[in-house]
Design a protein around this ligand. Structure first.
Ligand SMILES: N[C@@H](Cc1ccccc1)C(=O)O
Length: 502
């Protein structure tokens, strides 16, 4: 019987009583695993082999895991240092034990958080005691790391889970295929198989030489495994931003546009934020040093805003009784929220004439000097929105959120009253994280106050909000750390595989 060369090779390397893995056949035949898998499927169709599938879990060390396999787990180092310092007899100062262990930086926290969990001892008001009976030589996590470093495998699922949650190992599910000769296969082999000339790929050479007319082409096998291919793609956050825009446009909103660096006047003063508000100090804003100030501001608008700050608005207006200085308002900074765009649009300094009823949005970056953690970065995407119309109420606002979030499959929303200098009433929005089940804040909103709207010459109600795009994406995909999607610590596998489905 004549078969394509790779099928002959697979048939000859396969055995009738010993299922052989595709990888083993690939190593023996010198064909890539994809080719062997393709050939195996062809042979299976012809009844010459059987292909079985099983899924296995590959566990491999991360860089950090390898480091601890080479040195020792931080908690073990801490335990040894604690013993040395006599902590098995009486508690010792935590700082002393840490100093003696040589642990530094994040490893100190890692050691402390695993020390008590694993029964090495206890930590109480800054003192560390060591359990004399603990035995680091039988530490199952250390054992598992050593086994993996030696190329062995670890069967204890609980230990693997624990190591995975510490990011010391990567766990991957994989389908393993094995090939066994069938009786028909054995018979054919005995009768003799030889390789037929078969071409897998049409090349320019075949075309140029005209040889293509005489060769035999291999069939396509759409079920064969193909090499993993990870081309460039739109970042998942950008995909989410596009979806949000589509949804808002579908809800009748128009997009706003405006500068990332703006005068404090539009970022704060137009929002009735007093100039001595704590968020306006130099710690929280990213100020521009060159140029330091906007060239000019519309004089009549400045005058009205200044008056609102000094005297308040309406008959019982009172104002802030704090200084107001135009120079201070002209200072430039990276916007801390995109509400600066809402201010510009409502004040009529954007290109657009805002005529109620109207709806506006933007999905753009805002910048804050926050402390970095799993939900905060120095910059994030804010979903800004405003509706200007007569007789708006909190019901309209809540209804708009329910409609917006439900388009992303998010139905469990909670509202909490809050305070903003520019809105009254105001409330924060919370959603439930699909993995941790915790309520996380996803936005802030309210009805703009007359003290803000009157100086901007807006004679209608305005409800408005700022929602965090990253938090919306968290609720949609279940990732837990904003640093997974931004910056150098990002989770490349997540960015490759995550899809924004809505
Ligand atoms: N500017 C607010 C969001 C907001 C916008 C409009 C009205 C109320 C709140 C923030 O950054 O959190």
């Amino acid at each position: 019987m004549k078969l394509p060369a790779q099928q002959v090779a697979v048939l000859e390397a396969a055995s009738a009583d010993d299922p052989r893995r595709i990888e083993a056949l690939a190593a023996e035949t010198d064909y890539p695993p994809e080719t062997v898998a393709g050939a195996a499927f062809e042979l299976e169709d012809a009844g010459l082999v059987a292909v079985s599938e099983a899924s296995t879990t590959d566990v491999s060390l991360t860089d950090e895991g390898r480091e601890y396999a080479d040195a020792a787990l931080p908690e073990v180092r801490l335990y040894r240092a604690a013993l040395e310092a006599g902590a098995d007899e009486s508690p010792v100062q935590m700082g002393r034990a840490i100093g003696a262990s040589g642990l530094e930086g994040p490893q100190v926290d890692i050691a402390l958080s695993n020390y008590a969990r694993k029964g090495y001892g206890s930590i109480d008001s800054g003192e560390l005691s060591a359990d004399p009976d603990a035995d680091p030589d039988t530490d199952p996590e250390a054992d598992a790391l050593a086994t993996l470093a030696d190329g062995g495998s670890v069967d204890d699922a609980a230990v693997v889970d624990q190591l995975a949650s510490r990011d010391l190992v990567d766990v991957r599910e994989r389908t393993v295929r094995s090939v066994t000769l069938t009786e028909a296969g054995v018979t054919e082999l005995m009768a003799g198989v030889e390789a037929a000339e078969e071409v897998g790929e049409l090349t320019p050479e075949l075309l140029a030489s005209g040889e293509w007319e005489d060769v035999e082409f291999a069939d396509y096998n759409v079920e064969a495994d193909a090499a993993d291919y990870t081309p460039g793609k739109t970042h998942v956050l950008r995909q989410a931003a596009e979806r949000v825009k589509d949804v808002l446009v579908g809800m009748g909103f128009q997009e706003m546009d405006g500068p990332h660096v703006d005068a404090d006047f539009y970022i704060n003063d137009c929002l009735f934020m007093p100039q001595d508000h704590p968020a306006r100090n130099h710690w929280d804003r990213f100020a521009l040093s060159n140029p330091e100030r906007i060239d000019s501001l519309p004089a009549d608008l400045v005058e009205r805003v200044e008056r609102a700050h000094r005297e308040g608005v309406g008959d019982d207006g009172d104002g802030y009784h704090s200084p107001w200085d135009e120079d201070f308002a002209r200072a430039l900074a990276l916007r801390g929220h995109t509400t600066s765009l809402s201010a510009r649009y409502l004040a009529g300094v954007a290109d657009e004439d805002v005529e109620p009823p109207a709806r506006y949005f933007s999905v753009e970056k805002a910048y804050r000097n926050d402390t970095l953690d799993s939900t905060h970065l120095l910059e994030f995407f804010q979903i800004e929105g405003l509706v200007v119309a007569d007789d708006l109420s909190v019901r309209d606002l809540m209804g708009t959120f329910r409609e917006f979030y439900s388009q992303f499959g998010i139905h469990d929303l909670q509202f909490k009253p809050t305070y903003n200098p520019y809105t009254e009433p105001s409330f924060e929005l919370f959603g439930r994280h699909p993995e941790t089940d915790e309520l996380i804040e996803i936005g802030n909103s309210g009805i703009f106050r007359p003290e803000m709207l009157e100086p901007l010459d807006v004679d209608a109600d305005v409800m408005a909000w700022g929602l965090a795009l990253e938090r919306l994406l968290m609720l949609m995909t279940g990732f837990e750390d904003i640093r997974d999607v931004h910056g150098t610590l990002c989770d490349v596998a997540f960015l490759r595989d995550a899809e924004v489905v809505y």
